[in-house]
Design a protein around this ligand. Structure first.
Ligand code: NDP
Ligand code: 2IT
Length: 444
């Protein structure tokens, strides 16, 4: 048994019933085989054993009252995974499927993603099994205030800086920030993704989707190609999906399909993004309505069929494991050339394997969606200096971050003899900096 196999084996024994965490750990640790072989001091110092164990796991009760006076109780989580290179940083997810396994996989991925940005941020993630869907603004506020009443004692601008993720956008960050400020009496950069009137950064809303398209654009450019005239399928219709669509369209792509958790719309004439935004951002409605408003579009109940639509570039931007082997095989059979992950871990391990074997350019989430947390780190920088950069300044820095990530993962893959394997490249490039810092800090 190799060192990596032993650590993975123990991780699964010590953390049973955490399949998503096992999946993320398997992908990451397997890629690190050649690195730990080259660095025997890592095993001698139990570096991987420490790397896979969160520094701190916080779980708490979140009681709140609905509009009818009924009391509900949800679970709250914050996993402070690794602070070797900076304060814990990562989003909060509010979705009924949230459990410890999901938060741990997200937190673990976040360590390497944040390292890849080149900025000083450690890895963390949190959230709740609360479902914001169908709740009134007042109910969401009640929930957020209760959630923050507990969370506020664990976070701070130099300690742990949460942000949004699925189900947590500008509205939720506002309520969370208001409660933090009230209890701690501090107006600081304790959360990112804040509104522009209270310390937020321009371009944070767009950052993940734009960043996803920028890194894909760089991959295209290196192969003498571009987004111009390409057919693109994007899953999801939330924050990441919407701004990925916007940037891809600006670069001349034809985005033909998007979905929400009920079903997908196919519009061969090109998605009218203003209508999607009206339905999803303004009305918080269902994507089904798009097909009622746009003649060229059709709606199909259920999500999976979206991957059967012929495209050159697929950008999964909804949730984990949305592309399984069967969906990957359909994409490949239809000639997909690029798959870049806007969501976290949207492809199963066997789907990734199929893409790589078929020669599809596959850019894994921790590289492809790092633009969101990258601009969050820029928001932290602006907050601590009490200044604001223009949209153009932030956007230029974002693009620079994404282009650098592309080349760092490409170089790391080549250095270790895995040219074009960006799963290896991103994991290795992200890990080296964290490993260096952990070694420097001694056994902690
Ligand atoms: P949003 O809540 O804004 O949107 C999520 C979208 O995905 C919605 O369209 C939602 O549909 C759909 N979705 C969620 N869960 C499921 C599911 N189980 N099955 C099918 N569809 C689903 O979230 P974001 O856009 O912020 O996040 C999307 C992905 O991107 C997540 O994986 C997140 O972790 C990742 N990410 C987000 C970043 C950010 O800055 N926001 C940064 C990096 C990664 P519905 O409307 O029906 O719920
Ligand atoms: O998965 C992610 O990188 C995010 N949800 C964004 C985290 C952040 O701190 O901006």
């Amino acid at each position: 048994m190799t060192y990596v196999e032993r650590v993975l084996d123990e991780l699964k024994k010590k953390n049973p019933n955490e399949p998503e965490f096992h999946q993320a750990a398997t992908e990451i640790l397997t890629s690190l085989e050649p690195v730990v072989e080259k660095h025997p001091e890592y095993e001698a110092n139990a570096l991987l054993e420490r790397f896979v164990e969160p520094e701190r796991v916080i779980m708490f009760r979140v009681p709140w009252t609905d509009d009818n006076g009924k009391v509900h109780v949800n679970k709250g989580y914050r996993v402070e995974f690794n602070s070797a290179i900076g304060p814990y940083k990562g989003g909060l997810r509010f979705h009924p499927t949230v459990n410890l396994s999901i938060i741990k996989f997200l937190g673990f991925e976040q360590i390497l993603k944040n390292s890849l940005t080149g900025l000083p941020i450690g890895g963390g993630k949190g959230g709740s099994d609360f479902d914001p869907k169908g709740k009134s603004d007042r109910e969401v506020m009640n929930f957020c205030q209760s959630f923050m009443t507990e969370l506020c004692r664990h976070i701070g601008p130099d300690t742990d800086v949460p942000a949004g993720d699925i189900g947590v956008g500008g509205r939720e960050i506002g309520y969370l920030f208001g409660q933090y400020k009230r209890i701690r009496d501090e107006h600081t950069g304790v959360l990112t993704g804040r509104g522009l009137s209270y310390g937020g950064s321009l371009a944070r809303t767009e950052a993940t989707g734009y960043g996803l398209v920028y890194i894909t654009e760089e991959a295209l450019k290196m192969r003498g190609d571009s987004f111009e005239g390409k057919t693109v399928v994007i899953s999801g219709s939330g924050n990441v999906a919407i701004y990925a669509c916007q940037k891809a369209q600006q670069l001349g792509a034809n985005v033909v399909a998007m979905y929400d958790s009920n079903g997908y719309v196919y519009d061969p004439e090109g998605i009218k993004l203003d209508i999607i935004q009206d339905i999803k951002e303004v009305k918080r409605g269902r994507i089904k309505e798009y097909a009622q408003r746009v003649k060229s579009a059709t709606y199909t109940e259920g999500c999976k069929g979206i991957w059967g639509i012929k495209c050159d570039i697929a950008l999964p931007c909804a949730t984990q494991n949305e592309i399984d082997l069967e969906s990957a095989e359909k994409l490949i059979a239809n000639g997909v050339k690029y798959v870049s992950e806007g969501a976290n871990m949207p492809s199963t391990l066997d789907a990734i394997d199929a893409f790589q074997k078929a020669g599809v350019v596959f850019i894994p989430a921790k590289a492809a969606n790092a633009g969101g947390v990258g601009v969050s780190a820029l928001e932290m920088a602006q907050s601590s200096q009490r200044i604001f950069w223009t949209f153009e300044e932030v956007d230029a820095k974002l693009k620079n971050i994404m282009v650098n990530i592309y080349h760092n993962m490409d170089d790391a893959a080549k250095e270790y003899g895995y040219e074009g394997n960006y799963v290896m490249g991103a994991n290795i490039a992200g890990f080296m900096k964290v490993a260096d810092a952990m070694m420097a800090h001694g056994i902690v």
